[in-house]
Design a protein. Structure first.
Length: 163
């Protein structure tokens, strides 16, 4: 699983209420959720995110309410990968369940800047900042999580008969 994109960066404790505000939870339409992703935190997000971009964040990303809407909104907006110092546990599992690639790498999350171009090879556990030349190591996903992500989420992997 390889990802390359430009970075959109946020700080610590980005909660699910700012990832997708509660007023939009009456829909499960991915395109509609994407239109409102991050709007209470960053009104410019939707206008500048490009397909394949990488979101980098600080500690405890995805804290707050347990809702699959948050990782769905991020993924539907075009973000291909989230790198953070740490994730709220329920967000981490929800992201994997819907097929959004996420990785904890405190060193990378600390050093990578807004707008940097980043390449991540999650099978090898290597994140490269193509802008600065820096390289960071992280734990590769176990094979079963790789399978879930490459099949577009847990339910699709089950439908495909691989889990």
């Amino acid at each position: 699983m390889k990802y390359t994109g430009h970075v959109i960066r946020y700080g610590d404790n980005v909660d699910t209420d700012v990832i997708i505000p509660a007023r939009y939870l009456n829909t499960s339409d991915r395109a509609e959720l994407a239109k409102h992703c991050m709007e209470d935190l960053d009104a410019t997000f939707v206008g500048r995110v490009q397909q394949g971009d990488i979101l980098v964040a600080g500690l405890n990303f995805g804290c707050g309410s347990s809702r699959e809407h948050a990782p769905i909104a991020i993924q539907a907006s075009g973000i291909s990968l989230v790198i953070a110092k740490s994730f709220a546990r329920i967000f981490y599992r929800n992201a994997i369940n819907i097929g959004l690639a996420i990785v904890e790498c405190p060193a990378a999350a600390e050093a990578i800047a807004e707008g940097d171009e980043v390449e991540a090879d999650l099978d090898a556990g290597i994140i490269r900042n193509l802008t600065t030349g820096a390289e960071y190591s992280t734990e590769p996903f176990p094979p079963f999580i790789q399978t879930i992500i490459t099949h577009g989420g847990l339910m699709q992997a089950v439908r495909d008969g691989v889990l």
